[in-house]
Design a protein around this ligand. Structure first.
Ligand SMILES: [Zn+2]
Length: 142
């Protein structure tokens, strides 16, 4: 839903027009922020304009934001701003975090080479208990 924001036009019949307006209203709170990720106790994105935006999210999202391997990455998050100016990252299953690298926008995942198991949060492999590898990919096959 967030990804479609802004792409819809007001063309079409009246009913569709109303639906689009309602969607557009919903889009006002949807946002994304890009900057340099400062991992640590309190994850922060440092934007190009010098702002420091505190990041929050669900448990898995927070684990990714704490991942030292992503420190100083050119990072982008999708979600919404809280009234306080802090940023709420979208749920982990909506794949709301990206790393920009070599002109590409990459999804963040974790891979166990031994078991060929992919996860979306850092930690031990659910199968062999080995530490999973950070794996940045343009697309992820289901
Ligand atoms: Zn494994």
């Amino acid at each position: 839903m967030v990804a479609r924001c802004g792409r819809d036009t007001l063309e079409g019949d009246v009913l569709r027009g109303i639906a689009v307006v309602m969607m557009a209203a919903g889009c006002l709170t949807a946002a994304s922020v890009r900057g340099k990720l400062a991992t640590g106790e309190k994850p922060v994105l440092k934007t190009a304009s010098g702002e420091a935006v505190r990041l929050f999210g669900d448990k898995a999202t927070m684990k990714v934001l704490h991942d030292k391997r992503l420190r100083d990455a050119d990072f982008e998050v999708a979600g919404r701003f809280r009234a306080s100016g802090e940023f709420e990252v979208g749920p982990i299953h909506e794949k709301s975090m990206f790393v920009h690298k070599g002109g590409k926008k990459l999804l963040i995942s974790y891979w166990c080479e031994v078991c060929s198991i992919r996860t979306y949060e850092p930690g031990q492999c659910m199968c062999c208990q080995e530490e999973t590898e950070l794996d940045l990919k343009e697309t992820i096959d289901p």
